[in-house]
Design a binder for this molecule. Sequence first.
Ligand SMILES: *Cc1c(COP(=O)(O)O)cnc(C)c1O
Length: 387
Amino acid sequence: MDLSYILNELGEDREHYFNAVSPPILQTSNFVFRKVEDLTAALENEMGGYLYTRGLNPTIDILRKKLAALDGAEDCLVWNSGAAAIFAGIMANVKSGDHIVSVKAPYTWAQRTFDVILPRFGVTTTYIEGGRIENWEKATKNNTVLYYLESPNSWDFAIQDIKAVADLAKKGNIVTMIDNSYCTPLYQRPIEMGIDLSMQTATKYIGGHSDVIGGVLTGSGKMMKKIFDSEYLNIGSGLQPFNAWLLIRGLRTLPARLERISHTTREVVAFLKGHPKIDGVLFPLDETFPQYELAKKQMQGACGLLTLIIKTQKRESIVNFCESLKHILMAVSWGGHESLVVPKCCGIAPNDFDSGNKEHRYVRMYVGMEDPQYLISDLDQALATVV
Ligand SMILES: *Cc1c(COP(=O)(O)O)cnc(C)c1O
């Protein structure tokens, strides 16, 4: 399906709403019935029509159709956060006594699900370095039901051979789920590589303006129906109509924003690599990246997230660098219009800081929509404070 068609037309029945270009926000909690038999049918199969907005809603459906098509998936469910999408996708596919294999250091709230919540129900997780297919094989047990991937990871950008992991999983009837937030379906297509459940946060690139939280799960119609009938309705963390409308609006400009950001990121990476106060840059589509060949093979592009490693022995220098930035903001999240940094050492007590450990000197940077030179000058003056 044509990308322009998906973003501009798919799912939009304009004749049903006065031929308005922008869809209405159907800010309603419930829907009216004339006939008891229709109400009965809706109660029996909530995914079959509009009953109550914790289930389906027409504004939200426009977004679902577009996101499913973007991923090349049969169906999609949208959530009030990426974390909710992760939680539901995992919960829907495990039961007591099951085992999960996950990439090491997945997104915080995926890891919390594995480490804190699931053990209470007798579900265990083995973390592996996911870049080697043998590691998935070795970690798989008789009771393994789920492989959890995140490719690339959002700090060191570690990637997995997605197709190889999906093929291995199919042999053992194991469900595969991936966090595809970094690439978005524009730059990586996990469903087409054989993954069962593709998750992304909508908060980052789809929203694109740092003003909405949302999450996405795509997969087969059967998988989405299973999740809808239990976790989606039961957790009650589906997206709200106004937020769906904001995300539809964000989608209109997604390709243009990603293109601009990718271009600027190249310039920022080139500047950083040549800087004497920088001890390396992690960016999956840079030739120095350890898994560059695999990244090139399965990713059609990279986003604006990168990690720079400051050349210093002192935590204080990293603090000074971050606090000296005049335009680049210090904040979590990414994917918006504004460039950001987060230093890894913000989570490391000063006494535990070890400059010999490169990870302690990581500063994650997100490149936004500003002019490349504006960002480079800001980085340059802040790097001048590093000793
Ligand atoms: C932000 C993020 C999430 C979670 O999304 P929320 O919308 O913040 O809940 C999941 N995975 C990755 C890689 C993220 O960066």
